[in-house]
Design a protein around this ligand. Sequence first.
Ligand SMILES: [Zn+2]
Length: 57
Amino acid sequence: MKSCREVHRLVIEAQDRKLGFAERLSMRVHLILCATCRRFDAQMDLLRQALRRFPGD
Ligand SMILES: [Zn+2]
């Protein structure tokens, strides 16, 4: 299983690029099992939505 650190990186990278199937799968599996990363993913999701609502620059 990926470490939380790796999953955090994938969650962040998923905003900028399309993740590969294996990356997406390992991230999803980790998120199912790890509450810490689920929270992190949810926070990043909120941030993404906020940024979309207020497009910068
Ligand atoms: Zn984790």
